[in-house]
Each structure stands twice: as structure tokens, then as C-alpha cells.
Design a protein around this ligand. Structure first.
Ligand SMILES: Nc1nc2c(ncn2[C@@H]2O[C@H](COP(=O)(O)OP(=O)(O)O)[C@@H](O)[C@H]2O)c(=O)[nH]1
Ligand SMILES: [Mg+2]
Ligand SMILES: [Zn+2]
Length: 298
């Protein structure tokens, strides 16, 4: 039986020029948004769960009437309700940029997005993978080893992508596009540079497009998210975004404790006993000092 208002709920997978593709259980619809969103300057985003009203069933046209509350939003390019950030680094060429990796992880923690660390190009060897897995063990992040060239680890990666909305992030050249192509078993992404083949020629919008994965779930087609703006994070709150440091909150002699120079600090104790990665900790202290230096106190 049809409901009288003909309203259905779906997922926005892309938005171009004021038209949104909404995937519902029934079908996919091209929708415009109600004027009220424009007036409130709250435009729908890929990843949004929306209620639509079907305007023309045969032409699959609808109108977005309501946007469900967002769990999070990533900017540049914009995408909502991301479940998982796949932080990609390479074993070699380019070698892992640990500072960038931690900035990605901090951003994910801040936004409540879970993290998978993917060490690609393992055909160069697994040293980097083993080192990173060891370093991030106490943070609790899963770390996997892949080689998109040798098609190694791609099944494991797919297992993590299943039924979730994920985005790839990482330095240019680490193999994000190549990995995505292996997962899709098709060359949908141009590798070796940042442009995108499918759909839209030149970039006409900052929005991401969500691609349905053969294993279930979606992935943002963007190779972006290379800019991680940490200026919104206060230096004295930085420890919160390092799960292995946050675990000691309230246990040190001083409270709050920055876990840098204070005596009787349980983080430093854990560090000296090898229960916290020394590289991670050193990166934390460096970033803490940078943020503190830049802080204007307002
Ligand atoms: N040796 C090796 N090279 C790879 C691997 N994955 C990608 N590449 C190469 O690394 C370069 C950059 O890959 P690309 O996917 O464009 O990286 P992106 O910038 O992160 O999207 C290309 O020349 C790829 O062929 C891998 O697993 N092993
Ligand atoms: Mg790419
Ligand atoms: Zn402490």
C-alpha cells in the first residue's frame, strides 16, 4: 500500500548543480531540495540521509523535504555521515609521513569517525607496516598491509569497507586511486594524478560522490582530504584525540595534565615501559608545543 504523502527515506550519493541523486530501497531518484534549505544555507550533502517526496515515479523525480541529523561532516570536499577514514600511507615512494598520518587520525577522532590505517606498496617490503602496526597498537587502530600492484591485502581491505561509508585520505602518490580501482575491479580513478574520470569531466563541485562498492557500502570518490586543519583544536585538549593518551585522563598527579613536563605523569610512565609508541608520543609533544605557541588565548 502506498502512503498518502508518498515519502521515502534514502541516501544522497551525489549532488551536482542543485540536483541530488537519492538512493532508496525502491529506486534512485533525481531530486531538488526544498527552497527552505537554500534559505537556511543548509545544503544537502552526499552522505546525508533524507526524506524525499516522489514527484514523478516514472521519471524518478523527487524533492528533498528533510535532512536527518548528521553524525559528522568532512569538508573539502564535503561529505556527511562518514563511518570510516582509511588513512593510506606507502612503505616507500613516498615513505610514510607520520606527522600527516597523525593529523588525519586527530581529525577523525575529533569528528567521531573510526580509522583504518592502510600501509600500501608492501611489495617494497613490510618493514614500514610492522613498525606502524607496533607504533599504533596501543591507540587501538587496525593496521593492514596492502599492495595494489600485487593485489595483496585487497580482500582484507574490502572486509573493512563492507556496509559502511568510507573515505580514503593520504598523501598524493601513496596509491589511493590504484587501491580503489582494485576494489572496483575497474579503472574508475585515474592513477598517478588527482583527476577523476567518471561522471563529471572537470570538477564542477566541491562535493564528493559516493560510489557503491561491489562488497556493499560506499566510498567517496575523492582523493582529497589532504588538508587537515588543526587550528580548531586547543593545545590543552589535544591529548583527547590520541586514544592511548586519553586512556590515562585523570590518573596523573596533576589534573589536567598535559603529559609533557609534569612530574608523576602516568602517560610518561607508560611511555617508559613501552606501553605507548614513542614516535606517537614525540609527535604529540611536537604538535602540543606548536599549538600552544600559536594559541592567542581567545
Ligand atoms: N610499487 C607499487 N606501486 C604502486 C602501488 N599502488 C600504486 N602504485 C603506484 O603509485 C603511483 C601513485 O598511485 P595512485 O593510485 O595514483 O596514488 P594516489 O595519488 O594516492 O591516488 C602510481 O604510479 C601507481 O602505479 C603498490 O601497491 N605498489
Ligand atoms: Mg589518486
Ligand atoms: Zn600526565
Amino acid at each position: 500500500m502506498m502512503t498518502s504523502n508518498n515519502s521515502i527515506t534514502g541516501l544522497i550519493t551525489r549532488g551536482i548543480g542543485g540536483f541530488y541523486r537519492v538512493v532508496t530501497k525502491r529506486a534512485e531518484y533525481e531530486c531538488r531540495a526544498r527552497g527552505i534549505f537554500r534559505r537556511r544555507e543548509m545544503s544537502p550533502l552526499p552522505g546525508d540521509i533524507v526524506d524525499i517526496c516522489v514527484i514523478d515515479e516514472t521519471r524518478r523525480e523527487g524533492r528533498i523535504d528533510a535532512i536527518h541529523e548528521r553524525r559528522n561532516v568532512l569538508e573539502r570536499p564535503a561529505v556527511a555521515n562518514v563511518d570510516q577514514l582509511i588513512a593510506v600511507v606507502a612503505s616507500e615512494s613516498p615513505g610514510p609521513d607520520m606527522e600527516l598520518l597523525d593529523k588525519m587520525l586527530i581529525t577523525a577522532e575529533k569528528k567521531g569517525i573510526s580509522v583504518l590505517i592502510c600501509v600500501n606498496k608492501s611489495d617494497f617490503g613490510t618493514d614500514a607496516f610492522l613498525r606502524i602496526r607496533n607504533e599504533y597498537r596501543s591507540a587501538g587502530y587496525p593496521v593492514i598491509s596492502t599492495s595494489s600492484r600485487e593485489n595483496f591485502g585487497v580482500d582484507e581491505l574490502q572486509g573493512h569497507l563492507k556496509d559502511r561509508i568510507s573515505v580514503f585520505a593520504g598523501q598524493s602518490g601513496v596509491g589511493k586511486s590504484t587501491l580503489l580501482n582494485s576494489i572496483m575491479k575497474a579503472a574508475i580513478m585515474e592513477t598517478g594524478d588527482v583527476s577523476i574520470k567518471i561522471g563529471r569531466g572537470r570538477q564542477t563541485t566541491r562535493h564528493a560522490q559516493l560510489i557503491k562498492l561491489p562488497c556493499g557500502g560506499y566510498i567517496a570518490d575523492t582523493p582529497g582530504f589532504s588538508i587537515f586543519e588543526l587550528s580548531m583544536i586547543k593545545y590543552h585538549e589535544l591529548y583527547r584525540y590520541y586514544p592511548e593518551l586519553a586512556a590515562y585522563t585523570g590518573t596523573c598527579r596533576f589534573s589536567p595534565c598535559s603529559h609533557t613536563d609534569e612530574p608523576d605523569c602516568n602517560v610518561k610512565k607508560a611511555l617508559s615501559e613501552g606501553r605507548i609508541g614513542s614516535g606517537r608520543y614525540a609527535g604529540y609533544v611536537k604538535l602540543y608545543k606548536e599549538l600552544k605557541q600559536a594559541d592567542r588565548g581567545y
